[in-house]
Design a binder for this molecule. Structure first.
Ligand SMILES: [Zn+2]
Length: 270
């Protein structure tokens, strides 16, 4: 398991998500292929409720297990599906990202840990939270590695516009920390992470312009827009990206929508 030591007390076990460990006591975002690691942490923190970030919260030996309150939709599998795919339906194979099937229990409602500062970074999910520990900001899914962005074609932001505000807030916040770790992407030095943050802002604005361009000459459904952005989209991609593209479209003032024989269609009006 590749481990990167960042400071005397902070290590990151790389993965998707990258899992941060402080002093072998405090763990942030244990999930994905790191789910089965036996870290025996006293404190398990999740940045948000998505299934790939919450395996650590199932660790019954941890004294503190914290999930931000606004992400309590993640307590059940149905809630997680509703927030990721927009619906739940028995055990369809469309639910590709059901990494955790259990309910979350005995989660702590608040934390007061002297070593940890919490920072609200909403948009990806309502409660998405960053943690500053040993002056390193763990920014979770507030932004992504460039390959992750290109692979999904749109950044998975439940509220795209709130995420853009969070990215702007991060531009200030990162100045005061020694480094920034994101969940899905490479571990870089601080300057390269700031460039990646700026690239995420550029990329998000580029997506808005691409969508506006697509609907300036044609009325398109959300799914038609997604396929123009990512021609090889999988069924699960279509569901996830629908959430983001709808969030973008409903936040644009120069976009009109109506029901046509194709369904709900969008066009640019000026
Ligand atoms: Zn996520």
């Amino acid at each position: 398991m590749p481990i990167i030591k960042l400071t005397k007390n902070v290590s990151v076990i790389t993965g998707s998500p990258n899992t941060l460990i402080y002093d072998n006591r405090i763990v942030i975002d244990q999930g994905g292929k790191n789910s089965t690691l036996n870290i025996s942490a006293e404190v398990q923190l999740a940045t948000h409720g998505h299934a790939d970030h919450i395996a650590g919260l199932l660790d019954r030996n941890a004294k503190i297990r914290y999930l931000p309150l606004e992400d309590y939709w993640s307590i059940t599998l149905m809630g997680r599906r509703a927030m990721i795919y927009g619906c739940s339906s028995k055990d369809s194979s469309i639910f590709t990202f059901d990494y955790v099937k259990e309910n979350l229990e005995n989660i702590d409602l608040s934390i007061r840990i002297p070593e940890v500062e919490t920072v609200k970074l909403p948009g990806h999910t309502p409660g998405h939270t960053g943690y500053i520990i040993d002056n390193i900001l763990y920014a979770g899914d507030a932004f992504f590695g460039d390959k992750v962005l290109e692979n999904f074609s749109v950044p998975f932001y439940t509220d795209f516009w709130t995420s853009l505000e969070t990215l702007e807030k991060l531009k200030d916040l990162v100045k005061g920390v020694d480094n920034i770790i994101i969940s899905h992407g490479p571990i870089y030095n601080k300057n390269k992470m700031i460039s990646l943050l700026e690239y995420n802002i550029f990329y998000s604005k580029k997506i808005i312009n691409k969508i506006l361009d697509f609907i300036s000459s044609n009325e398109l459904t959300v799914e038609e827009i997604i396929l123009k952005l990512k021609p090889n989209a999988t069924p699960a991609n279509i569901l996830l990206n629908s959430m983001v593209v709808k969030s973008i479209l409903f936040g644009l003032e120069n976009v009109e929508y109506r029901v046509s024989s194709k369904g709900l269609v969008f066009r640019k009006i000026r």
